[in-house]
Design a protein around this ligand. Structure first.
Ligand code: NAD
Ligand code: TYD
Length: 378
């Protein structure tokens, strides 16, 4: 079957994996990657697919409503996978307006353009899909009931749910009440509401998924894992916010991309799915695993880089624990994460160490000074 898909934010971290997967897996689909190329967007992430006949790139801002109308009509778009967003919590604390603009108004602009175009066609919304990629952070924060004494769960699978309850009493479910705390999560929550409102009001066939923290190749090094791998490599301090006890639930990015493919094709319209692999880690435990892995891969003696750990002032409003329950996705669509965490971390560290040129390219700007006034050593 032929389709014309618009993937927004395809030059970013997750978007580039989604674009690569769709371009390679569906030669009959025309994939239009629309991206503004902010500091986080990088076409070098897609070098391997840029010459494929079923791939197009359009540089545009999703807030530009006229441009969205034009692109949808020109490429006769029948499916949208919407990832374009401002995505970093620390930036949202410094500059919340940009997050409201792109994440809320940009999403609305795309929704409205899609509505106008699809409603103008004889078949209307039939065969159409607006798939919005969201985050578990919209649910707020869970309590951490056992900050001490839990050994890192080094071998984690989707079936190890009980093990992870050790970090707290509960998970985020699809019907957990939205309770965002950061400007980032508030803007994503607002965009999720708009997407659902377009289904409820106009009948647009929408889907929303809320995924846990992703890790893997091509992530901009202001996020924990790539930043710390790079700093360990260069012997630079590792700024741990607060006590390092916050818990995040990590999923390998290619697993997320594969899930987006599954849900885009098989997910129920107007529904929501949580995506996560029951893989919770306290930041400090994860950081120690990263240090161990980077040191080993660089041939350093064990413990060589432990001294780089530097506790700094905590992030304002720092959410304590995120933990996704993805049982619905597993039961309804037979989903499972493909990668064990130790394998994912091993691959990720290897990729960053082997792609220093990519790292140098994306760190050549002055973003490292962006947070200087926010996080001081304690
Ligand atoms: P990213 O910051 O790496 O990439 C975002 C992309 O969007 C960049 O290519 C950027 O240039 C583009 N963009 C930003 N503003 C734009 C605008 N106004 N118009 C067009 N393009 C614009 O983000 P990511 O980590 O790949 O996240 C992608 C999506 O997934 C986001 O919606 C995010 O909320 C969601 N998400 C991320 C995670 C995660 O752990 N990274 C987890 C769950 C959900
Ligand atoms: P991050 O990668 O920014 O993702 P998110 O805030 O969306 O979860 O951060 C992951 C965790 O690591 C979070 O608890 C904040 C913490 N962190 C640090 O301790 N130091 C850092 O330099 C960064 C970037 C994050």
């Amino acid at each position: 079957m032929k389709r014309n898909l618009l993937i927004t934010g395809g030059a970013g971290f997750i978007g580039s994996h989604v674009v690569r997967l769709f371009v390679n897996k569906y030669p009959d689909y025309r994939i239009v990657n629309l991206d503004k190329l902010t500091y986080a967007g990088n076409l070098a992430n897609l070098k391997d697919v840029e010459d494929k006949p079923n791939y197009r790139f359009v540089k545009a801002d999703i807030c530009d409503f006229e441009k969205m109308r034009e692109v949808l009509r020109e490429h006769e778009i029948d499916g949208i996978i919407h990832l374009a967003a401002e995505s970093h919590v620390d930036r949202s604390i410094k500059d919340p307006f940009t997050f409201a603009r792109t994440n809320v108004l940009g999403t609305l602009s795309l929704l409205q353009a899609a509505r106008e175009y699809w409603e103008s066609l004889p078949e209307g919304y039939e065969g159409k899909r607006f798939y919005h990629i969201s985050t578990d952070e919209v649910y707020g924060a869970l309590e951490l009931t056992n900050p001490e004494g839990v050994e890192p769960p080094f071998s984690t699978t989707a079936s190890s749910k009980e093990h992870h309850l050790a970090y707290g009493k509960d998970f985020f479910y699809e019907d957990t009440k939205y309770n965002p705390h950061s400007p980032y999560s508030a803007s994503k929550a607002s965009s999720d509401h708009f997407v659902r409102a377009f289904h409820d009001t106009y009948g647009m066939p929408t889907i929303v998924t809320n995924c846990s923290n992703n890790y893997g190749p091509y992530q901009f090094p202001e996020k924990l894992i790539p930043l710390f791998i790079n700093n360990i490599r260069h012997g630079k301090p590792l700024p741990v916010y607060g006590k390092g006890e916050n818990v995040r639930d990590w999923l390998y990015v290619e697993d997320h991309a594969r899930t987006i493919d599954l849900i885009f094709h098989k997910g129920r319209v107007a529904d929501t799915y949580n995506i996560g692999g029951f893989n919770e880690w306290k930041n400090i435990d994860l950081i120690k695993v990263l240090i161990k892995t980077v040191d080993r891969q660089l041939g350093n003696p064990e413990g060589h880089s432990l001294g780089l750990i530097t506790y700094v002032t905590d992030r304002k409003g720092h959410d304590m624990r995120y933990a996704i329950d993805s049982t619905k996705l597993q039961k309804e669509l037979g989903w499972e994460p493909s990668l064990q965490f130790e394998e994912g971390i091993e691959k990720t560290v290897k990729w960053y160490l082997e792609n220093q040129e990519w790292m140098d390219h994306v760190t050549s700007g002055d973003y490292l000074r962006y947070y200087e006034d926010m996080y001081k050593e304690k």
